[in-house]
Design a protein around this ligand. Structure first.
Ligand SMILES: Cc1ncc(COP(=O)(O)O)c(C=O)c1O
Length: 424
């Protein structure tokens, strides 16, 4: 037996890499916040010096409709735990398929007007596993990927050894067409894109992309993660709203944002779903979603489909918030979606404003910095929801107005200081 005496170089690597990340102002800290289900979007912040914690109003949640605290949804999870236990106990193949799993897959297929649906343990896994599996299925695949696609799509695309990736400029159909036209006619092609891009809040031209896909015989794969539950008569996403679900081959979504629970899925033709069920490693070799999560998600999807007022309420709140921001002269980016980005323009300034919002006003808005967005476009990303009251909005607008004035641009950030020191 060999005994290792020397410190493994990976330990030093981690220390150095972390020092570098800190120097660049990219060190990640998380704020522990306990959601108060009865008072969403109110949370409690754990603080060492205040035993009962402190109330915080969260403005960055992706539980866009508040379905995660809906009593019927929570009750569905609780009764499923009582009836079936806490975990699934196996992969889908090893006794991990309950009637609830089948019912949820059928519900999602019907939501998107597709023949079949397939559950994954998260939206991330559904993208990564589906794209990687599709793009390694036949020789010569070419994937045309929007420049701003989510990391989970990129992971699947990059992981597909043997395929070629061509990145087209974000939402730029002329660039996409030029790239499709330049590709070999006979190569199997796939266009991977999103509907609502969550950082900028813009929406893709789905019908336009599908028209190009038909012209160049490409398969279409859309990520509707930030749209399902929110758009369309039944909450089937932007494909539902624009009545183009039948033009897209594969619609991917999450159960964790508009539906407020957890898990990911794809819906498509019976044969595509059946193939991925049989070939996608990320589907096959992992314990299936627990019955409580599936039961809660099924209840949520059914409610969200049937209750259009939830979507109307959310958009009413978003519009009211924008009107209040406009009236107070607080800058924000107008988007065609429910997302309200507040441009800040500098990583350190973004962090300071976010920290002061929390410490001085009890308001939580996540700072969005590089590498999530390009340097210079740092922002706060706000997601007003159905439970943000007028009073909460007035508080946020006033706090932003004060802080954006008090923390001016440019602030000499650690990042800039670090670069200046390195150059000296
Ligand atoms: C565009 C997009 N796709 C996929 C995901 C992953 O979804 P999930 O959180 O369910 O893993 C995210 C997560 O934020 C996302 O923003």
């Amino acid at each position: 037996m060999s005994i290792r005496n020397a410190r493994h170089p990976f330990y030093d690597f981690c220390d150095d890499a972390l020092a570098d990340i800190r120097r660049q102002g990219r060190y990640r800290t998380f704020t522990p916040l306990a959601r108060d289900a009865a008072r969403y979007p109110v949370y409690e912040e754990e603080l060492a010096d205040i035993p009962q914690g402190r109330e915080v109003v969260v403005w960055s949640s992706n539980d866009y409709l508040g379905m995660g605290v809906e009593p019927e949804v929570c009750e569905a999870a609780i009764s499923a735990i009582r009836e079936h236990g806490a975990g699934a106990g196996g992969t889908r193949n090893i006794a991990g398929t309950s009637p609830l799993h089948k019912a949820l897959e059928a519900e999602l297929a019907s939501l998107h007007g597709k023949e079949a649906g397939l559950l994954f343990t998260s939206g991330y896994v559904s993208n990564q596993a589906s794209l990687q599996t599709i793009l390694t299925s036949m020789p010569g695949w070419i994937c045309f990927s929007d420049r701003l696609n989510h990391a989970s799509m990129i992971a699947g695309i990059k992981g597909a050894r043997g395929s070629t990736t061509i990145i087209f400029e974000h939402n730029d159909l002329a660039d996409l067409e030029a790239k499709l036209a330049a590709a070999p006619v006979d190569a199997p092609k796939l266009i991977a894109f999103e509907s609502v891009y969550s950082m900028d809040g813009d929406i893709s031209d789905i019908a336009g992309i599908c028209a190009l896909a038909r012209r160049y015989n490409a398969l279409t794969y859309i990520d509707e993660v930030h749209a399902v539950g929110l758009y369309g008569e039944q909450g089937g996403g932007v494909t539902d709203r624009d009545d183009v679900s039948d033009q897209v081959d594969i619609i991917e979504g999450t159960l964790a944002k508009g539906f407020g629970v957890h898990g990911g899925y794809i819906t498509a033709s019976a044969s595509i779903v059946d193939y991925l069920r049989s070939a996608a490693s990320g589907f096959i070799f992992t314990t299936s979603l627990p019955p409580s999560v599936v039961a809660a998600a099924l209840t949520s999807v059914k409610m969200v489909r049937a209750q259009n007022w939830r979507r109307e309420k959310m958009f009413e709140r978003v519009n009211t918030f924008r009107a209040k921001m406009r009236a107070a002269g607080v800058p924000f980016t107008m988007t065609p979606s429910h997302i309200v980005p507040v441009p800040v323009g500098d990583a350190e300034r973004c962090k300071i404003i976010s920290r002061r919002l929390l410490n001085e006003y009890g308001l939580y808005a996540t700072p969005i910095n590089y590498p999530t967005v390009p340097q210079g476009t740092e922002r706060l990303r706000l997601t007003p929801g159905p439970f943000h009251t007028d009073e909460m909005m007035d508080q946020m607008v006033a706090a932003l107005k004060t802080l954006l004035a008090e923390v001016p641009l440019p602030v000499v950030s650690d990042n800039v200081r670090g670069m200046a020191e390195a150059a000296a």
